[in-house]
Design a protein around this ligand. Sequence first.
Ligand SMILES: O=C(O)CCC(=O)C(=O)O
Ligand SMILES: [Fe+2]
Length: 256
Amino acid sequence: MSHLISIDEATSARLVTDMDRQGFATLEHALTAEALKDLRAYVERQAAKHNNQYFAYHGYPALADSALATLGKSAEFKALMGHMHRLGCGHDASSDEIFPVLRCVQGGTGRKESNSFHYDATLLTMLIPIYTPHQGKDRGDLILFPNLRKMRTNVLTNIIEKMFFQNKLVRKVICWGIHRNLLKPITLRVVPGNVYFFWGYRSLHANQACDPAFRRATALFHYGDPHTGSLATRWILKLNQYRARKAMANSNTTAS
Ligand SMILES: O=C(O)CCC(=O)C(=O)O
Ligand SMILES: [Fe+2]
C-alpha cells in the first residue's frame, strides 16, 4: 500500500476485534527496514529545522512530498480505514479523508507535550512509531484508557467531555492516579517497525514522558469524524493546530 504498509481484509478484521476486545491492535513488522529508514531520514531533516526541539506537522501541506502524505492520500489506505471504520461502528464514515500528523517529542520542550490526555476528534487512529527512546526509564510509551466512551451523537456532549478531560488540573489528577496505581491504563511500548491502531475518539490517551536526550517521533493517521463539518470539529482541529504552533514557537525561543 503506497509501499509503506499493506494490510489484507482478514488482517483488518482481526485488528478491529483486537481494538474492541483489548483496546488496541498491533500489526507487527508492518514496515520494511527500508521504509523505516526513509521515514527516519525525513524526520531527521525536519528535526534539524526545529533545533531538535518539539515540533508537530498537521495535515498535507506541512507534510508535502513525504511518504506519510502519499500514504494518507492513497485510495487503498482509504479503503482499508473505511473498512475498519465500518466493522467498528456499523456505518461508513461521512468523509474518506485521512488526516495525517507527525509529532516529534524531543529536547527539553517535549516534556510539556507528554501526558496530554485527550480524545481524538476522529474514530479510528493509526500510529506509526518512527523513533522511540530505547534507553532509560521514560520511553514515551503510549498510555490508553481504551474504549471509555461510545460515539457521541451530540456534538455538545463531545465538547463538554473534551473540555473536562483536556485541562491541566485533570491531567495532573490522572498522572497522580496512575502513579498511585489507582488508575490502571494500558501502557503500550510502541516499537518502530510495528504499526498500532486504537479507537482514538473513544479512548482517552497520551504519550508518557520521554527522556529529553532521546527523540520520540510518531506519525498518526486520523479517520472518521463523527461530527464532520460541524463547527466543533473545525474548532477542535484549529485548536490542535494552534497548540502545536504555540509549542513549536516556544521551543524555538527556548532553543535559540
Ligand atoms: O504520539 C502519540 O503517541 C500520540 C499522539 C496522539 O494521540 C495524537 O496526536 O492525537
Ligand atoms: Fe490522539
